[in-house]
Design a protein around this ligand. Sequence first.
Ligand SMILES: *Cc1c(COP(=O)(O)O)cnc(C)c1O
Length: 178
Amino acid sequence: MVIVIDEAYQEFVRAEHAVDGIEMYRKYPNVVVLRTFSKAHGLAGLRVGYSVSNPDLTQHLRVAATPFAVSQIAERAAVTSLRNFSQVVERVQSLVDERDRVTAGLRELGWVVPDAQGNFVWLDLGENSADFAALAGERALSVRAFGNEGVRVSIGEEEANTRFLELCADYTKPPRRS
Ligand SMILES: *Cc1c(COP(=O)(O)O)cnc(C)c1O
């Protein structure tokens, strides 16, 4: 059995006891860790990332990976981003700060929201998801509703996050503890 640990949001994680994929890979021969440049490095669309696994496993991945080869431009963008890693770290930290401000703001409003470890917050809006997403759209805020499950809100610029909190303050059917 192969265990795949998708660490797309690894750079945004601040939870103290979060699983460390690389540590797991060192410990277990059947672990594959996936990393992407799409989120923290902001290179979504260029389709560049990497996996970390033992050579025994990696040789099989190589066979399947050929059609998904990284383009030259994507590779150069990734290398340039790594050369400017301190800027990446800075950008990720401002996003984390904003994420935590939004989470705290929601809780101040009495909303029940889970701790966020990625670049978005999750609103457990259930059957009100589409309704909430439509209201957000009216205020030029782009959120993503998942059926009757909830709404995922990506953390944006400070100004947009503030307008999002204003929308939530006006909304009358917030997620409550059931
Ligand atoms: C963004 C993302 C990825 C990787 O996306 P690519 O653009 O294909 O590199 C993987 N898993 C999750 C959960 C993601 O959100």
